[in-house]
Design a protein around this ligand. Structure first.
Ligand SMILES: [Zn+2]
Length: 96
């Protein structure tokens, strides 16, 4: 199954979708229209553009830690690795 890249269309989003996220989906699956965490509007990026928009700095982990945010990226189902800020290096969703 391929990963699809999504980005937030409008609003402030959440830590999951604010800088875009990848979602593992079947090719036949309908594209997501909302963030699975916060319900914010998202759109699928069909092909990765070579030119970054002015918000590219937002995905810089240093930027996040300086601002006091903690950012995690998804490394596998239910497991997230910290890419910036304070907190545990890995968190997982199951927690059981
Ligand atoms: Zn979200």
């Amino acid at each position: 199954m391929p990963f699809y890249e999504y980005r937030l269309k409008s609003g402030s989003g959440c830590s999951h979708c604010r800088d875009g996220f990848d979602e593992l989906q079947k090719i036949a699956d309908e594209p997501l229209t909302h963030c699975p965490r916060c319900g914010g509007p998202v759109q699928r990026i069909i092909s990765a553009p070579a030119v970054q928009s002015g918000s590219a700095h937002l995905s810089d982990p240093d930027h996040f830690s300086k601002k006091g945010f903690t950012q995690y990226k998804k490394v596998q189902k239910g497991v997230y690795e910290k890419t910036g800020g304070k907190g545990p290096r890995y968190i997982s969703d199951d927690g059981k």
